[in-house]
Design a binder for this molecule. Structure first.
Ligand code: GAR
Length: 210
């Protein structure tokens, strides 16, 4: 998967539905020079008043909103795909994008869509993952950045980070501790993809030549 080169940076399309703290962590990694050869081409939301869109505007980044409520998934996704293509996006990053993608969307960006999930997949896919983990009584929790395939929270894993579950935790404090690691994990995962040093071998995203 050759996505980036010196002359052609990796162009990210960020999709979000809410406050956008993962998007802001990625933007900060780029600004601080920790994520090289990467730029944010556009930030897109399916929710009109998403905080992440205001934050992107403040950073002077291109933004777009395509409200998904009440629209057929395929039709809504067609608008999003067109916008990503207009901005010459070659890596889509779901950052708190609370909407399933249509098969057409996944086919338009094969192995070029990343998602962050606030649990150690394959445990606790789906909604309220931190609450699920807390209620299950796990002693270690964490987050996963993975490629998106046609199944929910299922594609090959790119990066994971862990946190302990403390006796004093509730689901909220656990989620806050996981979020700190999410902000590190997403940039780590993008750097791995951008480096060109990793390849997909079955489900394993592994270093080439090893
Ligand atoms: C994050 O915790 C992310 O892992 C989660 O939504 C939050 C978005 O926060 N995503 C999912 O649960 C996807 N299934 P943010 O808007 O501050 O980045």
């Amino acid at each position: 998967m050759e996505l980036a080169s010196k002359d052609r940076p990796l162009r990210l399309g960020i999709l979000l539905s809410g406050r956008g703290s993962n998007f802001l962590a990625i933007a900060e990694s780029i600004r601080a020079g920790r994520l090289k050869g990467v730029e944010i081409a556009v930030v897109i939301s399916n929710v009109a008043d998403a905080g992440g869109i205001s934050a992107a505007k403040e950073l002077g980044l291109p933004t777009a909103v395509f409200v998904s409520q009440g629209r057929k998934r395929r039709e809504h996704d067609a608008d999003v795909i067109a916008c990503l293509q207009t901005h010459r996006v070659n890596l889509v990053c779901l950052a708190g994008y609370m909407r399933l993608l249509s098969p057409e969307f996944i086919a338009a960006f094969p192995n070029r869509i990343l998602n962050i999930h606030p649990a150690l997949l394959p445990a606790f896919p789906g909604l309220d993952a931190q609450q699920q983990a807390f209620d299950y009584g796990v002693k270690v929790a964490g987050c996963t950045v993975h490629f998106v395939d046609e199944h929910l929270d299922h594609g090959a894993i790119i990066a994971q980070r862990t946190v302990p579950v403390l006796e004093s935790d509730d689901a909220h404090s656990l989620a806050e501790r996981i979020l700190v690691e999410e902000h590190i994990a997403y940039s780590e995962a993008i750097a791995r993809v951008a480096s060109g040093e990793f390849e997909l071998r079955g489900r394993r995203f592994a270093k080439r030549g090893l």
